[in-house]
Design a binder for this molecule. Structure first.
Ligand SMILES: [Cu+2]
Length: 168
């Protein structure tokens, strides 16, 4: 039930994202720790699955690791992340700046029951798979992490290097 609700919320957000490219920074409902628009745009924007140029598979495990933890893409590229929770615990992959992830993580620790769903993240129960479609609009580095309490501190984090291209 909860899962279904979350998917509905995500679908609604994705629909909104089409109209306003800044949906990435907005949360599904009052969690009391909003993200700024700038932070959302800094890492790119929700992607259109039909325009994905690459699929990247990422596994999440109970030893608090993403595999792979280092991913390189090109600026402008739309990437479809197929994320699999290979563990027995709940895990998630959240894209953001390091600062943004840290702030979000602190909020999660204070309120572990917090439900959150945005186009820049996927939260998965044990054994489940899900997707994030994201367009990396700026060259540089986009971090990601699992913000489940204890996981981020334990090193469950990684980074996407966005390589600058002159081509497009
Ligand atoms: Cu985790």
């Amino acid at each position: 039930m909860r899962k279904a609700f979350r998917n509905t919320a995500l679908a609604a957000l994705l629909a909104l994202a089409g109209a306003a490219a800044c949906a990435a920074g907005d949360h599904a409902g009052g969690h009391g720790h909003g993200h700024g628009h700038d932070a959302g745009e800094a890492i790119g924007r929700p992607g259109n699955a039909a325009r994905a140029t690459r699929t990247v598979k990422v596994d999440m495990t109970d030893d608090m690791r993403f595999s792979p933890a280092r991913i390189t893409v090109r600026q402008g590229e739309t990437v479809r992340f197929v994320v699999r929770n290979a563990g027995a615990l709940k895990h998630e992959l959240v894209l953001g700046t390091e600062k943004e992830l840290q702030a979000h993580y602190e909020a999660m620790k204070k309120n572990p029951e917090m439900e959150h769903a945005d186009p820049n993240m996927v939260t998965l129960d044990a054994g489940r798979s899900g997707e994030i479609v994201w367009q990396f609009t700026r060259a540089g580095r986009v971090d990601f992490g699992c913000l489940q309490p204890g996981h981020y501190d334990a090193g469950m984090k990684g980074a996407v290097t966005v390589a600058k291209t002159g081509a497009k």
